[in-house]
Ligand binder design. Structure first.
Ligand code: NAP
Length: 243
């Protein structure tokens, strides 16, 4: 029997690396992409995946990546993140554009580029990593929440446009997950990043990966539309109980 195949974008850290590991454990042949090649190679060696350089904000990089992928069962559009927490009055267009490039256009580019392979497998599945930031907003979060609201819109549109085809679409919306997300958001300020997770038990990357792999391993006629998962100590995106 041929192995099922999966692509995970942004697999060099956090949720992406955890999903790649768990999909490999579940028997998938995994293709992993990100910009930091050393990390990617180390993970590929560990789990027997195929590591390919990928910058989802670059159309040529996406095309080169897609050309290496065979018939595909699962595409996990995970690459992305937040840059900064400035209010609108201090709008930084470069950060907004970079967030839009990775979280929104990157997700759309990858999905378009790999659609032929998803069709060719006869049982395709696109898993889009959104966020509770796609369901709510918060002060200083307009740029990032706008991107994740867009992920919601695109996920729904995919389901409409591919209706009648054997392609499932799942949106996964996590709350606080302790990864490098906040370190990237705050440009390497480790103290500020640690404060985001202080006094509560956040989700781990493995918690989110577990939900993704569960959705991906349901029978082909079962489409899990959306999974929202948050730490027990988080009621809303900005309503958190800290000890
Ligand atoms: P992370 O540890 O910072 O990982 C982000 C990953 O995205 C890295 O592997 C990074 O790899 C990759 N990436 C970023 N821009 C990319 C690009 N242009 N091309 C290719 N890869 C790119 O953060 P994370 O928490 O795992 O984030 C993963 C996803 O979950 C993101 O979409 C994020 O918005 C979402 N999310 C996170 C949380 C949270 O609290 N952590 C909550 C909700 C949703 P390279 O830098 O090596 O390219």
């Amino acid at each position: 029997m041929t192995r099922k195949t999966a692509v995970v974008t942004g697999a060099s850290s956090g949720i992406g690396a955890a999903v790649a590991r768990q999909l490999a454990d579940a028997g998938f042949q995994v293709f992993i992409g990100a910009r930091r090649r050393e990390r990617l190679r180390a993970l590929a060696d560990e789990i027997g995946a195929v590591a390919l350089p990928l910058d989802v904000s670059d159309a040529a990089s996406v095309a080169a990546f897609a050309a290496r992928v065979p018939a595909l069962n699962v595409l996990v559009n995970n690459a992305g993140g937040a840059l900064g927490l400035e209010p609108l009055a201090e709008l930084d267009e470069a950060k907004w554009l970079a967030m839009y490039q990775s979280n929104v256009l990157g997700l759309a580019r990858m999905s378009k580029a790999l659609l032929p392979q998803l069709r060719a497998s006869g049982a395709g599945h696109v898993v889009n990593i959104g966020s509770v930031a796609g369901l709510e907003t918060y002060v200083g979060g307009a740029g990032y929440t706008a991107c994740k609201h867009a992920v919601r819109a695109i996920s729904e549109t995919m389901r409409l446009e591919w209706l009648g085809e054997p392609i499932r679409v799942t949106e996964v919306d996590p709350g606080l997950v302790e990864t490098e997300f906040s370190l990237v958001r705050f440009a390497g300020d480790a103290g500020r990043a640690a404060a985001v997770y202080a006094g509560l038990q956040p989700l781990t990357a493995d918690d989110v990966a577990d939900a993704i792999v569960w959705a991906a391993t349901r029978p082909a006629h079962v489409n899990i539309d959306q999974i929202v998962l948050k730490p027990t100590a988080q009621a809303r995106v900005d309503k958190i109980h800290r000890l």
